[in-house]
Design a protein around this ligand. Structure first.
Ligand code: AMP
Ligand code: MG
Length: 494
């Protein structure tokens, strides 16, 4: 094979200075979990955007990555020193239907060991076909990869566990999608790991030894405090339920709609993963759906807690053979543990909503206070983010009889807590973002970027990286989409 057809891993002097420190613990799992395969080189690699701050936190030199080495690594034309590329195998329920999947367009380069001692996956997304590509081309378009970059970084700045985006590299090649040819790109994704509920479903399709190995690996990597539990698979299930309950409560706090909560898109680490047709709500409506293919609203904003529980039930099913040697006791253990999700979600959600209202103390009527506000927002189609931001800004309430009544009961409730008004404002400001990735702003930034102008995208990212900054005046970034823009659609064909 010719030199250029295969990425080489021969390190150059600048490569070793870049700070790569890759290990491969996942590759030591049984063979059925991975397939060794290299990225397919592209015609004209070029770094479109680099996350310098993230790079430095990973122990990588941003300057080294910004140069031609970075372009070659991020496009998959050359492997960083120590890389050992593989595609991960997994299964999953997509819209409720079980399928064999696997990384069809992503390749794991390895696990970077950060200066703080963390182990994070470095994955290329859009890096060419793998044995799991089925009919896909293994590629990604520039627009959706920049979109993942923007939204994942916004989620991180909002304080929500998420995979991160290190870089987007243009390939200089075209990808063909419904609407014709689009510029191609590769996203470099950083994740606590890429182990999914679907990875367990895949393991359960195979042998029990593989399943046990995956349980052990996941516990050691993400829940070391539970690794020595009496019943490790049960401890894993319980820990994942807790993290997912906390995660979904955070999504609900900021109005995030994931859009495609298939079981292969739920990470065992508790990070938000696989940004496809996701978007933030503006007018408050639990039935909000953005994905063009989610016609029945399975993944609607208000359905997310129930879907998370459905997905966790699939995880529990996969774990059944190792929860207990007999089926009935295994089912009983799974059901008892799954039964905790609703309470745990409610706990996290209520705690988050209390903070949004500036409440430090707990009163039994708080849930009703919150419900009444949400119902008013729903009826009046009020903007979710801006309604809460207005409460944090402590301005005069809107001229609406019903709202004024609600505002009075809230003010009375605030007066019953020992904390000062100023402390409450501070809590509200720390819990209610001013800046979220508004759909029309994201679209405008992506359109400009695809025409070669990265200015709007960089300005948007700058605002989104301080979402709780009430001192910043960027009124154009706070407005909901112009009237008539209510049919915002996101697409899965990314
Ligand atoms: P997603 O909707 O991004 O979670 O992807 C679902 C599955 O489809 C995963 O197994 C992906 O690897 C695969 N996939 C998505 N797009 C492509 C593509 N362009 N080529 C090959 N596989 C793909
Ligand atoms: Mg996926």
């Amino acid at each position: 094979m010719s030199e250029s057809a295969h990425p080489s891993s021969v390190p150059s002097a600048s490569a070793s200075a870049a700070g790569w420190r890759l290990e491969h613990s996942y590759a030591r799992l049984p063979q059925l979990f991975h397939y060794a395969i290299a990225p397919t080189p592209v015609r004209a690699p070029r770094v479109v955007i680099l996350n310098r701050r993230l790079a430095e936190s990973l122990g990588l030199s941003a300057d080294a990555l910004a140069g031609s080495d970075g372009a070659e690594w991020f496009a998959g034309n050359r492997l960083p020193p120590g890389a050992s590329p593989l595609a991960q195998a997994y299964a999953g329920h997509q819209y409720g239907h079980f399928t064999m999947l696997g990384d069809g367009r992503a390749i794991l380069l390895g696990e970077q060991i950060t200066p703080a001692g963390a182990r994070v996956d470095i994955q290329l997304k859009g890096s060419g076909p793998t044995p799991f590509s089925r009919n896909g081309d293994g590629r990604a378009a520039l627009g959706p990869m920049l979109r993942e970059y923007i939204i994942s970084e916004a989620m991180h700045a909002l304080g929500i566990p998420t995979t991160r985006s290190l870089a987007v590299a243009a390939t200089g090649e075209e990808v063909w999608r419904q609407d014709g040819p689009l510029p191609g790109a590769v996203l470099t994704r950083v994740a606590a790991s890429h182990i999914r509920v679907g990875t367990f479903q895949w393991a359960a399709q195979n042998d029990e030894a593989a399943l046990r190995a995956l349980v052990d690996y996941t516990l050691r990597r993400h829940y070391p405090e539970s690794a020595e539990a009496e019943n490790p698979p049960l401890a894993l299930l319980e820990a994942v339920i807790e993290r997912q309950a906390a995660l979904i409560a955070q999504w609900m706090r900021v109005g995030f709609v994931h859009g495609v909560m298939n079981t292969d898109n739920m990470a065992l680490s508790g990070e938000t993963i696989d940004y496809g047709p996701c978007a933030f709500i503006d007018a408050y409506d639990p039935a909000t759906v953005f994905s063009s293919i989610d016609r029945r609203g399975r993944y609607a904003f208000g359905n997310q807690p129930a879907i998370a529980q459905w997905n966790l039930t699939r995880l529990a099913e996969a774990l059944l053979p190792v929860l207990h040697s007999e089926e009935q006791p295994a089912i009983a253990l799974a059901e008892a543990t799954l039964g905790k999700f609703t309470d745990r979600f409610q706990h996290h959600w209520l705690a988050g909503m209390r903070k949004k209202l500036g409440l430090f103390t707990e009163e039994p009527e708080d849930a009703t206070l919150i419900k009444n506000l949400l119902e008013w927002m729903h009826r009046t189609k009020a903007d979710y983010t801006n309604t809460f931001a207005a409460l944090a800004e402590d301005g005069p309430p809107p001229e609406d009889e019903e709202f004024i009544r609600w505002h009075q009961s809230w003010t009375e409730r605030l007066s019953r807590q020992p904390q000062s008004a100023a402390e409450s404002v501070q809590l509200r400001r720390a819990s209610n973002p001013v800046f979220i990735p508004r759909n029309h702003l994201v679209e405008a930034a992506l359109t400009a970027a695809q025409q070669g102008d990265l200015g709007p995208l960089e300005r948007l990212l700058e605002v989104l990286t301080s979402p709780y900054d009430y001192t910043r005046t960027a009124p154009e970034c706070r407005l909901p989409a112009p009237a008539g823009d209510t049919g915002y659609k996101t697409y899965c064909g990314t």
